[in-house]
Write a protein that binds this ligand. Structure first.
Ligand code: NAD
Ligand code: UDX
Length: 463
């Protein structure tokens, strides 16, 4: 079976970049990305590709090459489903905020709506691909909806989780460590798996394309994120031990990372991990384990989240304690709001929680982030529901210029590891600040020696 038309439901951080790269690498396939969100689609179609809604290095160039040729963004979901042989589901699967499993389970309402829409619209056989991260055995539910509400056409369901990281999405998609495709081991399942393998084989070598059963594929995605997040919580746990003992967490990470069994990546101590995936997927894993009565397994993974919450709180507590136990009415400047560098995404960013703690202590927070606008920062705080919008507006100032943001500040906190922060004129910043001038480097990116010699009281994580 040869694929000529793909539809992707969901034009978000995954659907947009993933489909842009498929379209770039497969000019013979028409790729249509659809979304209910009209503004998002309008932004993807902005004539100037620098204005597309997601900031990722290299993405606007990929979109510029393929858009209008074989890459299309549309709100006409029915039409795109109808004409496609393959429909990717790439909608959001956030943590449930209501009902059974509230605060733990993945909310699958958007997935179910997609399945019902695909069933209603489809007039010929289709391959439905789970691109969203889903609880293990979700394909069973999708299949049941498709088979029971459809028009008698045949559906094959594949699981094809996405492993891209934000900020490096384009390079991750162009050179993935692996592509994972789970499907049924039936003749129909094999045809579907091979059809999708052939799409990726346009630019990924076949030995990197793994095929498994559907459940292994679904569970591998949750497992990968749990392992990655666990490494960060492990090194962050050691960062506190380092602070108490005179060890330096950067040195410890380097020493253990040279053990080829451990490996050097993902050992950067920080103010805590953020992003839309790690917490949500681990909570989902914990919920699944509990639902099977696997309480020890659930407790084991939950500890990764507990440690991460602790690390964020520990950072804000340290700021308060170091500033003589009060930050009331003090200007604390945040450099960075995004959950990591090279993205405009702020979901679950540590900055939100640290700001929330400090506002509770009546601090005045000033924020500079090269890619995050003021309305996003305010809506992130409003979403927590700790206080009302006008109180958040009173507590937060945002700046377009980092030097202005730092001027007259009592302390600077680095929340995101944007490269530009390391290149600032730190003497100029020091001269403009209240004294003593404090820096809390939540990412360990600044040159401690240089800052101390300028006169800063410099606090890193884990040393
Ligand atoms: P997102 O919120 O950025 O995008 C999802 C989009 O789906 C939204 O624009 C929303 O309007 C749209 N949508 C929802 N229901 C719809 C419907 N019925 N019809 C049409 N459009 C609909 O989410 P995301 O970050 O792209 O994540 C999508 C999935 O991919 C999640 O399951 C996530 O866990 C997974 N994932 C995310 C990342 C990441 O780095 N963000 C990486 C790997 C996997
Ligand atoms: C993650 C997974 O890496 C990716 O494979 C999956 O598809 C989606 O979830 P993402 O959340 O986009 O990707 O970024 P990632 O690079 O994993 O960073 C997540 C968070 O961990 C960030 O806040 C980052 O700053 C933090 N982090 C990462 C650390 O604190 N230390 C590290 O060593 C690595």
């Amino acid at each position: 079976m040869k694929i000529t038309k793909i539809c992707c439901i969901g034009a978000g951080y995954v659907g947009g970049p993933t489909m842009a790269v498929i379209a770039q690498k497969c000019p013979h396939i028409k790729v249509t990305v659809v979304d209910l969100n009209e503004q998002r689609i309008k932004d993807w179609n902005d004539p100037n590709t620098d204005n597309i809604p997601i900031y990722e290095p290299g993405l606007s160039e990929v979109v510029a090459e393929a858009r209008g040729r074989n890459l299309f963004f549309s709100t006409d979901v029915d039409m795109a489903i109808d004409e496609a042989e393959v429909v990717f589901i790439s909608v959001n699967t956030p943590t449930k905020t209501y009902g059974k499993g509230k605060g733990m389970a993945a909310d699958l309402k958007y997935i179910e709506l997609c399945a019902r829409q695909i069933a209603r619209v489809s007039k010929n056989n289709k391959i439905v691909v789970e691109k969203s991260t889903l609880p293990v055995r979700t394909a069973e539910a999708i299949k049941s909806i498709l088979d029971n509400t459809g028009n008698g056409v045949q559906f094959q369901i594949l699981s094809n989780p996405e492993f891209l990281a934000e900020g490096t999405a384009v390079t991750d998609l162009l050179s993935p460590d692996r592509i994972l495709i789970g499907g049924d081991s039936t003749p129909g399942g094999d045809v579907a798996i091979n059809a999708l393998v052939d799409v990726y084989a346009n630019w990924v070598s076949r030995d990197k394309i793994l095929t498994t059963n559907v459940w292994s594929s679904e569970l591998s995605k949750l497992t990968a994120n749990a392992f990655l997040a666990q490494r960060i919580s492990s090194i962050n746990a050691m960062s506190e031990v380092c602070e108490k003992t005179g060890a330096d967490v950067n040195e410890v990470a380097r020493a253990i990372g040279m053990d080829s069994r451990i490996g050097a990546k993902f050992l950067k101590a920080s103010v805590g991990f953020g992003g839309s995936c790690f917490q949500k997927d681990i909570l989902n894993l914990v919920y699944i384990a509990k639902s099977y009565g696997l309480n020890e397994v659930a407790d084991y993974w939950e500890q990764v989240i507990i440690m991460n919450d602790y690390q964020k709180r520990r950072f804000s507590n340290k700021i308060v304690q170091t500033l003589y136990n009060t930050v009331a009415d003090k200007k604390i400047t945040f450099l960075g709001w995004a959950f990591k560098k090279d993205t405009n995404d702020t979901r679950e960013s540590a900055a939100i929680y640290v700001a929330d703690d400090l506002i509770n202590e009546q601090a005045k927070i000033s924020v500079y982030d090269p890619k995050v606008p003021k309305n996003k920062i305010l809506s992130d705080l409003d979403y927590l529901g700790t206080r009302n919008s006008s109180e958040n507006i009173d507590a937060i100032l945002t700046f377009e210029d980092p030097y202005e943001a730092c001027s007259e500040a009592h302390a600077i906190a680095i929340l995101t590891e944007w490269d530009e922060f390391t290149k600032y004129d730190w003497q100029r910043i020091y001269d403009s600040m209240k004294k003593p001038a404090f820096v809390f480097d939540g990412r360990n990116i600044l040159n401690a020696k240089e800052l101390k010699s300028i006169g800063f009281i410099y606090n890193a994580i884990g040393s």
